[in-house]
Unconditional design. Structure first.
Ligand code: G3I
Length: 355
């Protein structure tokens, strides 16, 4: 072969080798900035999730983050599954608000936490205005759970069956449920939930102020123990984790509270994590907030059986905080202009230590 032909052959070969070949495996793309759910899963959690409110569904920038599976592997409707929206008139069910969050969640491959069958807030007037007899109200309760549980049969990893039934001193909160049905309303709700939800759905009791070992969290633990002893179905306790910078429980306190439920054999989740700031916010407060967020998530990761963390929305403008606590706000991981705050990076850095 002539020298010229050899060099032509070699250059053709080198072009062929350097050209992308359909038979050569593509180099694996390594995502340098995995989202919180990706990192949480690597750290052993089932999910890192967020609550989503219906008032913000027309904001495309918000939605692109809310249903980004890399950031949030789980979603909870903040309002859309509550009684006043689901059964606004007796026996007339409307799932549109809940569906507007659960359906895109399912399409995005996000798990669902469903919230909530029975609460003392956000009840429709037809329910609160009437003086029910006990048998009547039990029937109303069963019918509500039956319909809603069946509608969301495949959408819920967990249901918050009963929400906020205890006072801070560990006594039961006075509500229409307690006053009319008596304390058995809680176990009735769990029995109805077991009867009508998918057998795979975890049934949770959910409350705030139980992230330390205190009168309230001990009362919840006593209830769980009592239920388990008597075969009342309960699978988990949701620690809402609505915290305030400067007054939040420490890593050790949250860990101890989670442990008191795990010891009984039920799982735990942080279901509504946020950390409100006294306004105006400051650099120092943001740093303190970041530590509280990271320590809380770490307490879940390190626990024997804390399955996941849900933030009670990720974007400041839709947080429930300013309306309920005037003078407080900035409680979320993303600020109003959609930038991630130090708290986001603190959680992310903490979770990376487990990868
Ligand atoms: O119904 C009106 C609607 O017609 C209107 O368009 C909208 C505009 O602002 O307001 C609507 O009502 C608001 C509703 O949320 C739906 O967005 C209420 O004013 C508002 O008070 C209500 O607040 C919710 C709150 O529960 C009610 O107590 C928050 O969004 C929701 O995040 C909050 O969630 C609770 C959990 O369920 C249980 N744990 C505590 C947590 C924080 O309070």
């Amino acid at each position: 072969m002539k020298l010229q032909s050899v060099s032509l052959l070699l250059s053709t070969l080198s072009i062929a080798l350097s050209a992308p070949s359909p038979y050569r495996p593509k180099p694996k793309l390594v995502n340098k900035y995995p989202g919180l759910d990706v990192l949480a899963k690597r750290a052993g959690l089932l999910y890192f999730g967020t609550a989503i409110d219906n008032v913000v569904l027309n904001n495309s920038q918000y939605i692109s983050i809310a249903h980004n599976k890399s950031e949030f592997g789980q979603v909870t409707p903040s309002n859309g599954q509550k009684w006043m929206y689901i059964e606004p008139q007796q026996g007339k069910f409307n799932y549109s608000m809940g569906d507007a969050i659960t359906k895109p969640g399912r399409e995005a491959g996000q798990m669902g936490r469903c919230h909530t069958f029975i609460w003392h807030n956000q009840l429709p007037e037809w329910l609160t205005a009437k003086n029910w007899t006990k048998p009547e109200l039990v029937k109303v309760l069963e019918n509500h759970i039956r319909h809603e549980a069946r509608h969301y049969y495949d959408s819920c990893y967990a249901w918050d069956v009963v929400n906020e039934a205890f006072n801070d001193d560990g006594t039961l909160r006075e509500t229409m449920w307690l006053n009319t049905i008596g304390k058995s309303y809680i176990e009735l709700a769990f029995k109805f939930a077991r009867k009508y939800t998918s057998p795979r759905t975890r049934l949770y009791y959910n409350d705030y102020g139980i992230e330390r070992v205190n009168n309230k969290s001990i009362a919840v633990a006593e209830m769980v123990k009592y239920f388990l002893k008597r075969g009342v179905p309960i699978d988990g306790v949701g620690l809402q984790a609505h915290f305030t910078t400067g007054r939040s429980p420490s890593y050790n306190e949250t860990s101890a509270s989670i442990a008191q439920y795990n010891k009984l054999g039920v799982e735990v989740a942080l279901t509504e994590l946020d950390v409100r700031q006294a306004l105006p916010d400051s650099h120092e407060q943001q740093q303190a907030q970041a530590k509280i967020y990271a320590d809380s998530v770490k307490a879940c990761v390190d626990a024997k059986d804390c399955v996941g963390v849900t933030v009670w929305d990720f974007w400041d403008p839709v947080s429930w905080v300013p309306e309920t606590f005037p003078g407080y706000g900035d409680a979320c991981l993303w600020s109003a202009n959609f930038t991630k705050k130090p708290a986001y990076y603190a959680i992310s850095d903490m979770l990376r230590e487990y990868s």
